[in-house]
Design a protein around this ligand. Sequence first.
Ligand code: F6P
Length: 320
Amino acid sequence: MKRIAVLTSGGDAPGMNAAIRAIVRKGIYDGLEVYGINYGYAGMVAGDIHRLTVDDVGDTISRGGTILYSARYPEFKDLEGQKKGIEQLKKFGIEGLIVIGGDGSYRGGAALTKLGFPTIGIPGTIDNDIVGTEYTLGFDTAINTVLDSVDKIRDTATSHVRTFIIEVMGRNAGDIALWAGIGSGAESIVIPEIDFRMEEVVKEIRAGRERGKKHTIIMLAEGVMQGTEFAEKLKEYDNFHTRVTVLGHVQRGGSPSARDRVLGSLFGYNAVQLLEEGKGGLCVGIVGSELAYSDISETLNTKRDVPYLSLYQINKEISF
Ligand code: F6P
């Protein structure tokens, strides 16, 4: 293999640049030509492809976002788009592809591999909702961003003796709420993976107040419901002086944490090695501190078990 390409697709995530940098540098170190595809699969189909040099990825490891831009491109599920994409890659003599993104990106990668174009997936999403890895790129930075915000919110919550519902991202997954919840000492964590009862949340708020706590933090995953809806339901029980904060896209930005930079470098490096070994249809991940490989199609057909779901019960027992 002489030429490989990389793209980022779906929601951006801190650490994507570290992975791109590793791919470019490792590829060039090994004598390959490395190409960047702008705007994910949309750019691939449009032929928005350019060669990357060692310098192009200089000073990027500390930057959030993705220097290759990203896009959601549902049209890529059509065979026609996939064939057009491969045609564009072939025009540049590209023989292998690395996609960095979430399950939508993996679906594209699996389809390309099935059509005979070797593709490797790198899990990149703040949601942490990918099978085959315990941590995705961007998750660690995102939860640290949430913690920074909650630390600030707690100041004002205490001053006014208020209850804050913090709505965090994660799409259908509760990982961000779970980790940021336990990390911020939230009195309640509400995630899609575990049924909740409002009576239980009310009990948790009251227990804190009875102990003299001046603030209450409820960490709510967006996959359960919106923060405003949750506040309405809570109001039916009592007036807890509730305020809602929707952290939104602030969770997707910012300089990647040390962990995301290291993971990005590790994933990028190993993805290149897999292509060099003539492998496709695989994705890289981290399981039990070890690098892991999985079949992309299998990951897409496997129900995900949330890693460390036991944190939910731990939080109940230590954050009352
Ligand atoms: O998948 C990443 C994510 O940030 C989710 O947590 C969120 O639900 C979604 O993307 C938001 O998508 P968009 O940026 O397209 O509004």
